[in-house]
Design a protein around this ligand. Sequence first.
Ligand SMILES: Cc1cc2nc3c(=O)[nH]c(=O)nc-3n(C[C@H](O)[C@H](O)[C@H](O)COP(=O)(O)OP(=O)(O)OC[C@H]3O[C@@H](n4cnc5c(N)ncnc54)[C@H](O)[C@@H]3O)c2cc1C
Ligand code: FES
Ligand code: FES
Length: 476
Amino acid sequence: MYRPTSIDGALRALRDDPTSRPLAGGTDLLLDLQRGDSGAAVPVVDLTAIEAFTEIVDEGDHFRLAGGVRHNQVVQHHGLVGDALPLAQACLEVGSPQLRNRATIAGNLATASPANDTISALMALGASVEISHLRSEGVEVRTVPIDQFFTGFRQTVLGPGDLITAIVVPKLAANQRGIWVKLGLRRAQAISVVHAAIIVTFANDLRDGPTGAAAVAETRLAMGSVAPTVVLVPDVSELLAGRPLTPDLAKTAATVAADAVSPISDGRATAHYRRDGIGVLVERSLSAIAEGTHGSMWPDAPPTLSAPADLDRSAAAPQSVVGAGSEIEIELNGQRTSAPNTEATLLDHVRSCLGATGMKEGCAEGECGACTMIVDGAAAMSCLIPAAQVDGATVITVEGLNHPIQQAFVDEFAVQCGFCIPGFLVSGARLLDETNAPTTEQITHALSGNLCRCTGYYPIVDAVHAAAVEIRGRRD
Ligand SMILES: Cc1cc2nc3c(=O)[nH]c(=O)nc-3n(C[C@H](O)[C@H](O)[C@H](O)COP(=O)(O)OP(=O)(O)OC[C@H]3O[C@@H](n4cnc5c(N)ncnc54)[C@H](O)[C@@H]3O)c2cc1C
Ligand code: FES
Ligand code: FES
């Protein structure tokens, strides 16, 4: 693993070793590499130590998101929630809080699955992707409009040596409203059955509330999981142009949108269900825009299990290359540790090499939360993090908690077999750092990446409430 601390260093590593692949949050790449059947080690260029690669800059009529911006940074960013709501809504639906603390938007684009949530939002917003490449004459930077970025199923214009260095996201103007919606099989950790983003531009500027007689000038509707790539549907724009957004027109637009796609049947849904689903999403979205309720599903203070400062910083990189056998130094639960790199995940490194076996492996693919650790302040799925990527990091596991939530789980009978419990304790404790008076909605949201098969969630939620009461009592 190469661990450059600058964009130039990353571009050089990608050029010098053409077999190497960029590694951001690792939530797609790690599983890809583990499932690969070549058996050969693949060199990766870690992007988490690059200076300012998580920066979000407001540049007037658009935001510039650096190539390493993570989903939860968008969720935490008031400007993006206010002025690019569809992107924030999409980011909030990716996986779970632990996943969103590491997974990036650039990774979501580069993987290029038509089910990837941020793609439709960025397409409707008219975003563009800045790609850098080191040539013999210097760094070449090209900017590709997002609707030209995807070339086929899981294919993009990216070639060897290319790095996404920024994503440029236009702000919604005073005469625009936008929304992003998803149909999934669960409320979290659900790959989209279908998703859609709609930006409607009206002929005049709008106030809050219903759009009334305001005429539509243009509509950008992007839909995901309905074709080999996320698609824009111009027919809907043609239908709505010049007319006020009435309930009947929203219904007709839904039919037009459903007719414009030919989705496939797969394990998640039949083609018929997908087409119906798209119709429902489009009608509801247009109605919400017409009524001015498009932002009402955005939750108050969605928990992220991290603070902005935890995510907006480059990781420590004590070594520029971490190979097999290199010493990996981690501060684990306040103790400095050093152990040779066995090319394992952080979870395996902590359990097998450092002997701290509190955190469990339930699924080994980011789905269950049993392996949740606090990495440099943010909760993360340690089964998806290569140990080499956290050389120099501070890590907290259940052994290092010493937190009122542990007694609360006992008092509220929130434990049966116990396998999932260390993960719940770590996520719950991190939530109570974020807020010591969480609502039930915030607790269920915060714990949506943690699965329990036997206790049931009611006592678990009660235990988090009880711990919050205990913490507030101590403070008073
Ligand atoms: C349990 C689970 C649930 C998930 N749920 C969802 C979901 O609900 N919605 C959804 O859309 N996705 C979901 N995903 C997929 C994944 O989390 C996202 O696609 C994520 O945004 C990928 O980002 P990453 O930083 O982890 O990418 P990585 O895994 O680090 O990289 C992914 C790909 O992008 C390339 N890459 C990364 N950064 C750059 C860059 N700057 N320039 C060029 N190439 C780059 C890598 O080389 C690799 O090919 C889920 C994944 C898991 C494991
Ligand atoms: S999420 Fe890591 S083991 Fe299940
Ligand atoms: S207590 Fe058994 S899986 Fe949760």
